[in-house]
Design a protein around this ligand. Structure first.
Ligand code: GLY
Length: 295
């Protein structure tokens, strides 16, 4: 489906998967609250980077998604988190992979983007960088709990967001623990540029679902590429979803936003909670099934 909105816009998703019915209301409330928080960041004069970080941060802070406090353990009973944020207009990104014992990898990903000359930091290196980030006072770890929350989904999912500010600057991001029981060290699409996340000065995408399948078609980059080639966001999203279905076993989805605020949402799973907010908080839509909008 497609929504034409006015800038600025914040769109957030809570993963393409199956959510237990008893959690639906809380999940929708969470994505909606996250989108509002992202918009508040923009309204306070923040950038699209601030909006995406704030939006994902607040979802990491809930235990409703397989990210942050809701993270799933790997096969060895440990939690390894991946996150990425990409500033489309600068074509620069920061990502962390398999970082342990933290709650907010999205802030660390932004730290990589803004305070290092690198793009991707993995494992113990990411943890060391996290200590440096805290020591510098760049961000605080606010939650006293560690990532031990009960698993709310049978499969797995990812949280992500795309924000476009009034000037058309596009930022995309993503955060996840990957699937429950994954092989230690396994990394999916979420922190990989062009797979789970991509943004440039034309459009931004945040993908979610089965990382191994998303990686095969570099879904985020391809979605944005189709927009660069002149397709509407809806057609571009449909194209990548068609390729996903035809060439892989699927089970994924994406949000795709262009620099004018046109938004497409597509997924082949039962649920993908999405909330979208634009200009002056006057338009808020949210849903988790293809029936859209419900508000
Ligand atoms: N999309 C999340 C993952 O596969 O890790």
């Amino acid at each position: 489906m497609v929504v034409l909105l006015q800038l600025p816009i914040v769109a957030v998703h809570g993963g393409a998967t199956v959510f237990e019915k008893k959690n639906h209301e809380a999940i929708l409330k969470a994505v909606r609250a996250a989108a509002k928080l992202g918009m508040q960041a923009l309204e306070k004069g923040g950038s699209a980077l601030d909006a995406v970080e704030a939006t994902i941060w607040v979802l990491e802070e809930t235990d409703l998604f397989t990210a942050g406090l809701g993270a799933s353990k790997n096969r060895d009973g440990e939690i390894e988190l991946d996150a990425m944020i990409m500033d489309g207009n600068r074509l620069q990104s920061g990502a962390v992979m398999a970082v342990q014992n933290i709650v907010h990898p999205i802030s660390l990903a932004r730290y990589v983007l803004e305070r290092t000359a690198n793009s991707q930091i993995v494992g113990s290196g990411a943890n060391k960088l996290y200590e440096q980030m805290l020591a510098e006072g760049y961000r605080k770890e606010t939650s006293v709990r560690k990532t031990e929350a009960p698993i709310m989904v049978k499969n797995y999912d990812t949280v992500g967001a795309v924000a476009v500010d009034r000037s058309g600057r596009i930022v995309s991001g993503s955060s996840t623990s990957g699937w429950p029981g994954k092989m230690p060290g396994r990394v999916g699409d979420s922190p990989i540029i062009g797979a789970g996340v991509y943004a440039n000065d034309v459009a931004g995408a945040s993908c979610t679902g089965k990382g191994e399948q998303i990686l095969r078609i570099t879904m985020g980059r391809m979605a944005v590429y189709h927009v660069e080639q002149g397709l509407s966001v809806q057609q571009a999203a449909e194209n990548v979803m068609t390729e996903l279905r035809q060439k892989t076993t699927g089970e994924a989805g994406l949000i795709l936003v262009n620099k004018f605020g046109d938004l497409a949402i597509d997924f082949d799973t039962t649920h993908m909670p999405v909330a979208v907010i634009s200009k002056d908080m006057s338009e808020v839509f949210y849903s988790m099934t293809p029936e859209w909008p419900i508000d």
